[in-house]
Design a protein around this ligand. Structure first.
Ligand SMILES: *Cc1c(COP(=O)(O)O)cnc(C)c1O
Length: 836
């Protein structure tokens, strides 16, 4: 407002005006910048107002700078909300227990096109932008692929100008930090909010209360209808914290709304009145516990009560928020609600939203069952993320009855009505009823959340072609027979802003010079690179970019692992959660094989390589943790043998997270995507590597299949059994046979069994050895070893021809356009959400 009175000041933030002469003009008493103020002026005030000089350390400068960037976003953020209110377009809520956002500053500056301006501003403070960026704590509010997908989707939704809000939990402690102690994983709490979060805005006007426990009562209303209420509940306050999600160079700023649990003011008021003050205040901790910590299990559930509380807390708070907004604008008339809303459920984790929406519509707003069901079943959409049976969520009925009694009533009613449909479709088939019931009977009855989600959703999607095919022909076959129209595929993608433009600036610059800047918004344009694979200038530049990135990663590996990587060697990388189905073991066995070959002096097929493995194991997953120990012990033997290190180096990268991946994927030559076929739903790490010009060694699993389709067999190192072959072999799988048949594997097993890698700790790797030799090994490691080894020989051979390797690398980047999350979100928009 005051800006018009000051003629020297530009009317809009301008990249050209960056000189700090604005100081004297700054509003004296506000930390909120004038929307017309420059970034530089804003930054100066944040520093002047909030810090004493001695506190001007890099962390404090980062905080002030991020606050300034956020201030620059505020007008657009408000305008986006206003516009979405005014146009009244359909609104999508993306409900997810996880958002693995990583750092926000670099992404915000890229999307807002503020890098140049930022560098100018920071010049006056003698601090590099990269230095400030490195101060930011990763927002690690997720485990792995599922959480990172949610983050990539938010970027694409904003960049495609879609009215999509992410709803999640503001965990006090995100994904644990992984330390290594004597080669073992040790977990350390991740207090990512320790130094404050400059991006979030607490929005108390959106507070809602979420009920727990108590019981259901029924009564007859004025119209003589039976109604239900949930009474004597213990209510917890949900407080909204909003984070901005800027679109790529458009005017949109979407919102990620994260809920924090707090005690309501009247929490245990009764106790308080009885004079038990300290008890009452202490009990507040119970409410705050709900959003204290992220569960660190990837692809497995463990049935903990607190986890169900988190799921309900997120679901209820988010739905109440949507309904409050609707009623605030339209009054309690829900006839148009379903036309105006979609709730996309990221796996079954928020699927308790289904009975919760029914409850709110009936008990709070007085709708009939049929009206409430019509709305619920037309607005809920479910994304399945896994084929692993141990990952399918089931909650004990007993736990529900105690914690969410009213929701259990509703689930029973949904089930009863739905089983009528099943009985109609399969008359007289009691087995079908039992198999398809939402309630799994037994000594301890359970609620099958995936079945609930399918029954109540208008859309059910898998996340890659093979995955969706396996869902409809296996796990959900009966449901597919009943409702084929619900099922669809949406192959995952990753955002090219973070995973190429931001993480690989050297390659981005090269692409810009060759193709123009359009690829950032339209990744299919990368296919134009195929015309230049014989252009020696491009090949040379491509190699230089990769080499520079490898030098940087080598520095990081030296620093984090104490292992020296040589950028002239092939960088062979497998980073992802540690899980048996992902088969880090296969990779380690191959390293042992190479080590053995080199020691035996068999060097003819050896291409010097540096192998990097990284990832976190769930704290309760003993086998995964043992694999980390094995990797570290093998690495120690490899790296301490001077006969071996000219040809082979091996490191385990600790605390793998989004920021680490941003440095790793641009520097990778060979990407390991080696899961047992039929087990990896999609994978997204595979796509980040491909975009950055890595070649893949991989099985026919998840999105690997579609990557192979795009790039062609000549540019991909394919190996292993197919999903069908795995299942056909399973009943008579005999690992002994595969070990005997492969000299390489026999030697590796002998070396392992001799205790060569655990001389001081006899027997510790027996569980791993036994798992390989076990005919019931679900991951069939031995079956694929020889085929994997041969594919590695091919990769090694190919790497020895740098010219051809570089051509293949370019073809991989060129073929990666389909794996932009913009493409995926375009399909969600058109085929599920039905928004303009
Ligand atoms: C991309 C990503 C993942 C997913 O990797 P997959 O190889 O698909 O399992 C997990 N964690 C982080 C930090 C990522 O960036």
């Amino acid at each position: 407002m005051s800006s018009t009175a000051k003629p020297v000041k530009p009317a809009k933030p301008s990249k050209a005006s960056n000189k700090p002469a604005v100081k004297s003009e700054a509003k004296a008493d506000s930390l909120i910048c004038d929307p017309c103020e420059t970034l530089g002026a804003c930054f100066e005030r944040h520093i002047d107002k909030s810090l004493t000089p001695k506190e001007r350390d890099e962390q404090a400068l980062f905080y002030a700078f991020a606050m300034s960037v956020k201030d620059q976003m505020l007008p657009k953020w408000r305008a986006t909300r206003q516009q979405d209110r005014d146009t009244g377009n359909k609104k999508v809520a993306y409900l997810s227990l996880e958002f693995l956002m990583g750092r926000a500053l670099g992404n915000a500056l890229l999307n807002l096109d503020m890098n140049g301006e930022s560098a100018q501003v920071l010049k006056d403070y003698a601090v590099a932008l990269e230095t400030l960026e490195a101060q930011e704590h990763d927002a690690g509010l997720g485990n792995g692929g599922l959480g990172r997908l949610a983050a990539c989707f938010l970027d694409s939704c904003a960049s495609l100008d879609l009215n999509v809000t992410g709803y999640g939990i503001r965990y006090e402690y995100g994904m644990f930090a992984q330390k290594l102690c004597d080669g073992y994983q040790v977990e350390r709490p991740d207090r990512w909010l320790r130094d404050g979060n400059p991006w979030e805005v607490r929005v108390p006007s959106h507070n809602v209360t979420v009920p727990f426990f108590g019981h259901t009562e029924s009564y007859i209303d004025r119209d003589g209808k039976r109604q239900y209420t949930w009474v004597e509940t213990q209510d917890v306050l949900a407080v909204a914290y909003d984070m901005p999600v800027p679109g790529y160079r458009n005017e949109r700023i979407n919102t990620l709304r994260l809920w924090k649990s707090e005690a309501t003011d009247d929490f245990d008021l009764e106790e308080f009145n009885q004079g038990d003050y300290t008890e009452a205040v202490a009990r507040k901790n119970l409410a705050e516990q709900i959003t204290m910590v992220l569960y660190p299990n990837d692809a497995s559930e463990n049935g903990k009560e607190l986890r169900l509380r988190q799921q309900y807390f997120l679901s209820s708070a988010s739905l109440q928020d949507l309904l409050n907004t609707w009623v605030g604008q339209r009054g309690p008339d829900f006839r148009d609600f379903a036309r105006q809303h979609v709730m996309q459920l990221n796996d079954t984790h928020p699927s308790v939203a289904i009975p919760e929406l029914m409850r709110l519509l009936m008990d709070k707003y007085g709708l009939s069952w049929d009206q409430a069901w019509e709305i619920t079943s037309q607005t809920m959409a479910y994304t399945n993320h896994t084929l692993l049976p141990e990952a399918l969520e089931r909650w004990p009925v007993r736990m529900f009855a105690h914690m969410l009694p009213r929701l259990l009533d509703i689930i029973y009613e949904i089930n009863a009505r739905y089983l009528d449909t099943v009985a109609h479709h399969w008359p007289g088939d009691g087995g079908k009823l039992r198999a398809m019931s939402i309630i799994e009977e037994g000594d301890e009855p359970h609620i099958r959340m995936a079945y609930l989600a399918i029954v109540a959703s208008f859309s059910v999607n898998g996340v890659a072609g093979l995955h969706t095919q396996l869902l409809t022909s296996g796990l959900f076959k009966d449901f597919y027979a009943l409702w084929p129209e619900k099922f669809n595929n949406k192959t995952n993608g990753v955002t090219p802003r973070r995973w190429l433009a931001q993480s690989n600036p050297a390659l981005a610059e090269l692409l810009g010079k060759r193709l123009g800047e359009g690829w950032v918004k339209d990744l299919s344009r990368l296919s134009a690179l195929n015309a230049f694979t014989d252009d020696e200038g491009l090949l040379k530049a491509w190699q230089e970019v990769k080499h520079g990135n490898k030098q940087q990663l080598a520095q990081l590996v030296e620093q984090e692992c104490g292992v020296s990587f040589d950028p002239k060697m092939m960088f062979d990388v497998q980073v992802k959660r540690i899980h048996e189905y992902k088969r880090q073991l296969l990779n380690i066995l191959h390293v042992i094989h190479l080590y053995h070959q080199i020691q035996q002096g068999k060097l003819t097929e050896i291409t010097p390589r540096c192998v990097l493995i990284g990832g976190k194991a769930a704290p309760g997953y003993a086998m995964a943790k043992l694999l980390i120990k094995l990797a570290n012990n093998v690495a120690h033997m490899v790296n301490s043998d001077p006969l071996v290190t000219p040809y082979l180096r091996f490191a385990f990268y600790p605390n793998y997270n989004v920021s680490a991946m941003e440095r790793i994927c641009p520097a990778t030559d060979l990407s390991e995507q080696i899961s047992t076929a039929g087990k990896e739903a999609s994978g997204t790490g595979n796509m980040k590597f491909m975009m950055n010009g890595a070649l893949t060694i991989g099985t026919l699993d998840g999105a690997n299949i579609e990557m192979l389709e795009e790039v062609g067999e000549d540019n991909f190192f394919l190996f292993g059994l197919t999903a069908d072959e795995v299942e056909a072999l399973r009943p008579h799988y005999d690992p002994r046979h595969f070990i005997a048949k492969s000299q390489a594997l026999s030697e590796v097993m002998s070396l392992l069994e001799s205790g060569h890698f655990n001389l001081l700790e006899p027997g510790i790797f027996d569980p791993i050895i036994d798992s390989i030799r076990c005919p019931q090994d679900p991951w069939m490691t031995a079956a694929d070893f020889e085929s994997y080894r041969l594919a590695q020989v091919q990769a090694a051979k190919a790497y020895r021809d740098p010219h051809h390797w570089t051509q293949m690398s370019i073809r991989n980047t060129a073929a990666s356009g389909r794996f932009s999350s913009d493409v995926t979100i375009g399909q969600y928009r058109d085929e599920i959400w039905g928004i303009a």
